[in-house]
Design a protein around this ligand. Structure first.
Ligand SMILES: NC(=O)c1ccc[n+]([C@@H]2O[C@H](COP(=O)([O-])OP(=O)(O)OC[C@H]3O[C@@H](n4cnc5c(N)ncnc54)[C@H](OP(=O)(O)O)[C@@H]3O)[C@@H](O)[C@H]2O)c1
Length: 337
């Protein structure tokens, strides 16, 4: 099904600075592509069903699990953004889509380099899951330490990219993406169900249970989808290439604090009534969090991802923390998100 002639439409009109090919152009990829198009770049989207791509994108049918059938990169390709989802949380599926899919793309980038002398910039959208086993504050200098089979495949895929000199390699490791249509924490709060099992005494032992299996003291890291897209687009266009950036906002916090803040905003009872001492404003605690992301005097634990390098690179985020990002989502009915 996927061959150089499999495009369902003409590739987007070329631009002087070269075409950007977005491989696995779903929600995030389409946002990245729109930003690049508004910056004057020609953008092609590759996916199995390209009919869903936005107007103005070159539409190319491509299945990463059928590497030998993938089209060649267009001659004017300057950059590739690799951002598919595996579709299933199995190591085998991750290998097929990420590692083997990227390998097939690298072969095409290498051939393009041979034909045109062009060195393609390859931006891999990875995940902070490659740091899964870490505790404490991590940044771009932290070693990879995946603790799941899928995280291991992502780490292997990053390594594959880094070891290929025929492309300019760039890795963007995203924390959990939230934003329109991505309402997991919000829906947890709206759905309730934390209940009596969520009652905490403030001790580490008592904090590890919840009726949803949620540990409210586990530090959560996230990035708004608009900032994730802006980060990837900037990694395509920047003249100075960052080799790796962690994509996360400015406020890693225990997930229970996000639940409690959302409940306050929605006028619902706090799911974790003992997380914040009585009489203390949640915003005050969150401010303290900026200075001390691990809340050393509390049972907070897990990894806090330091996104300072990305924030400098972008000159600031549109949504520096979850309060800014969730606020518009609280104003709209779910169906409009
Ligand atoms: N969600 C998070 O919290 C999170 C966290 C860290 C990193 N990320 C990364 O963010 C990236 C994008 O996420 P997203 O939310 O934009 O996902 P998405 O909306 O599901 O888009 C991914 C696209 O990949 C395409 N795809 C799937 N299998 C493919 C295959 N075999 N060959 C070619 N294309 C394929 C799908 O289109 P077709 O079905 O038409 O092929 C889909 O539209 C991913 O790289 C993901 O690992 C996400």
């Amino acid at each position: 099904m996927t061959s150089p002639t499999a495009s369902t439409g003409p590739t987007a009109e070329s631009s002087e600075v070269g075409r950007v090919v977005i491989v696995g152009a779903g929600d995030l990829g389409a946002r990245i592509g729109r930003l690049l198009r508004s910056a004057g770049r020609a953008v092609d989207g590759w996916k199995r069903d390209p009919s869903t791509l936005p107007e103005g994108f070159g539409r190319v049918a491509a299945d990463l699990t059928r590497g030998s059938e993938l089209p060649e990169l267009p001659e004017d390709t300057a950059a590739v953004v690799f951002c598919p989802t595996a579709g299933a949380r199995s190591a085998a599926r991750y290998r097929a889509v990420y590692r083997d899919g990227l390998r097939a793309l690298l072969e095409r980038a290498d051939r393009l380099g041979g034909r045109s002398g062009r060195r393609v910039r390859m931006v891999l959208v990875s995940s902070t899951a490659v740091h899964g086993g870490e505790e404490g504050l991590i940044d771009e200098t932290s070693p990879l330490h995946p603790n799941t089979p899928t995280g291991e495949v992502l780490a292997e895929t990053e390594q594959l990219l880094r070891s290929d000199d025929s492309v300019e390699s760039v890795v963007l490791r995203l924390a959990g993406i939230y934003g329109p249509g991505r309402r997991r924490l919000l829906d947890q709060v709206l759905g309730g169900g934390f209940g009596a099992a969520a009652e905490l005494t403030g001790t580490a032992q008592a904090s590890t249970a919840g009726s949803l299996g949620t540990d409210p003291w586990k530090i959560s890291n996230r990035i708004h989808v608009d900032d994730a897209a802006a980060a990837a687009a900037a990694m395509v266009t920047a003249s100075e290439r960052p080799s790796v950036l962690l994509g996360v906002d400015e406020l890693p916090v225990p997930v229970g604090m996000v639940h409690d803040w959302l409940a306050d905003e929605l006028g619902l009872p706090r799911p974790w009534p003992h997380l914040i001492p009585e009489g203390v404003a949640l915003d005050q605690v969150l401010h303290t969090g900026r200075e001390d992301p691990l809340w050393s005097a509390t049972p907070a634990h897990g990894r806090a991802v330091n996104g300072a390098a990305l924030h400098r690179f972008l000159g600031g985020l549109r949504h520096p923390d979850f309060r800014s990002g969730y606020a518009p989502m609280l104003e709209k009915p779910a169906a409009d998100d």
